[in-house]
Unconditional design. Structure first.
Length: 493
């Protein structure tokens, strides 16, 4: 905005988010983000418009109230369209009307109807409240008891808006679309992919650009759906969409009519400032569409890979269970680049504070994961790691020619096997791999193992896809040269 000669006023209730860039605006207010306070500042400053699409969920929630208050010009996409996107029921109905594919869904009218829907489509189902921050109260229910409990929590955080129940698609990849549109036409876009399968909040996911597993057919479906949705909602400004990809079909998850946390990452990775483009279209300044990565001429790196990895603060959260779910838990992120996905991934996790294992790895895997986990365990074994495992997992691995030493559960302190917690606490384990799922019976024991890992500062992995990529990266990448994004983009690597 300053480059465009426009004076700006920023309202932000968190000083830390502007502590390094406090002088980027002409005036800065440290005030709560409420309708009353924003209106006071808007009129006191005699503002000509307000941009709400770069501040996350809270400003988006204020879009319709500010619009209805009168006298406030919301720049960018219409607040009425923002409401139709944020309201899960309205959005899903519009997606059906467009003929764009999505998972089966139902708007909650009663617990009885929700239970009947879940029985019809088969568990698991995803409970999705509207207008919520960081996936609050969003959960996957695997049975009727969980569904009833999750519905109660969802209604508590979304009192004035509908809760939607959606069929949860197991084993699906998750694809991100970050884009900018002008009057319903997409003028810039970037497609990236999660390392983790669907079920992990996008803020906690490990993001890869360019995508590494999805097909050209999926990419085309994602682009077609994005174009149709941008046109229907007459989007002007930044937006983010998420898709499921499975069996060569792309299904819409949601559309956020605002800049996402992945916007800076994808902008840096492709060397195109998307938020500058979004600002121009929202303020009705012309943009050179031919120079932008539109749907028909994408811009993606070909000689390098970018990975955005999450950072967590589990050690500061006493007794918190470090499992990744649909509700966001990360408190930061890092981005790293490499000549291939293995190099970029190892650089990213190291930068996020993860120590690569040197000798001993502890494995605890729910038995339904065993067939898929076996090749990963074999890679670790071939790399020379000594595997420790909970008793049944150790028996399975040994039966399949992967040597593993069995360990005793946390409460078994007098038996012949070494106690799992003691091994962790005595720093005899370099990495803990704990892969439970909804069928895990020894829930508390697995929690104790995860918590002991956090409390002893032992690296912990709780996601199968991340564990598999780590094994592949350790096997395939022998050196990590210190190269910058500038080096890659200048072609000096």
């Amino acid at each position: 905005l300053r480059d465009l000669g426009v004076k700006t006023v920023m309202v932000n209730h968190n000083p830390e988010t502007v502590s390094t860039d406090y002088d980027e605006c002409d005036r800065l207010y440290f005030e709560e983000l409420t309708q009353e306070r924003v209106l006071d500042i808007y009129h006191a400053e005699n503002s000509s418009g307000v941009i709400i699409s770069v501040g996350g969920q809270i400003p988006n929630n204020l879009a319709l109230p500010l619009y209805r208050a009168g006298g406030v010009r919301v720049l960018g996409t219409s607040p009425r369209m923002i409401d139709r996107c944020e309201n899960r029921g309205k959005f899903s109905a519009i997606i059906d009307d467009l003929g764009v594919a999505q998972a089966p869904w139902s708007a909650l009218k009663s617990t009885k109807e929700a239970l009947a829907f879940a029985e019809k489509v088969d568990y698991p189902v995803l409970v999705r409240p509207s207008y919520v921050l960081s996936g609050s109260a969003m959960n996957v229910a695997y049975n009727s008891e969980e569904l009833e409990a999750f519905l109660a929590a969802a209604v508590d955080v979304s009192l004035d808006h509908p809760v939607v129940v959606t069929k949860f698609v197991h084993g699906a990849r998750e694809v991100e679309m970050d884009a900018v549109a002008a009057n319903g036409k997409v003028v810039a876009h970037v497609i990236s992919e999660h390392v983790e399968n669907a079920g992990v909040h996008s803020g906690d996911a490990t993001l890869v650009l360019p995508p590494h597993t999805i097909s050209e057919s999926i990419v085309k479906q994602v682009k077609d759906a994005t174009a149709a949705i941008a046109k229907r909602f007459q989007i002007t400004g930044p937006f983010n969409m998420q898709f499921l990809a499975k069996d060569d079909k792309a299904l819409v998850i949601e559309c956020n009519l605002r800049a996402s946390r992945s916007f800076p990452f994808v902008s840096k990775t492709i060397g195109q400032d998307l938020i500058s483009v979004a600002t121009k279209v929202m303020c009705h300044y012309p943009v050179d569409e031919e120079a932008l990565p539109g749907l028909h001429h994408p811009l993606q790196p070909t000689s390098y890979v970018g990975i955005k990895a999450p950072m967590f603060s589990w050690p500061r959260l006493r007794d918190a269970d470090p499992l990744l779910r649909c509700e966001m838990a990360s408190t930061g992120e890092v981005a790293c680049y490499g000549r291939n996905i293995n190099e970029a991934f190892l650089k990213a996790v190291i930068s996020a504070g993860f120590r690569l294992p040197k000798r001993n790895i502890l494995v605890g895997v729910q038995d339904t994961f065993w067939p898929d986990f076996l090749p990963t365990a074999r890679r670790f074994h071939e790399l020379g790691f000594h595997l420790f495992a909970t008793e049944r997992t150790a028996a399975f691995l040994n039966e399949n020619s992967v040597h593993a030493s069995p360990v005793a559960w946390p409460t078994d302190t007098d038996g012949p096997l070494p106690n799992v917690l003691r091994l962790i606490q005595e720093k005899k384990i370099d990495l803990v791999v704990n892969l439970p799922n909804n069928k895990t019976k020894l829930i508390h024991f697995n929690y104790l193992i995860r918590r002991a890992s956090i409390d002893s500062a032992t690296p912990l992995i709780t996601n199968f896809q991340v564990c598999n990529l780590l094994a592949e990266a350790l096997q395939g990448q022998k050196e990590l040269p210190a190269t910058s994004l500038f080096d890659f983009q200048q072609g000096t690597v």
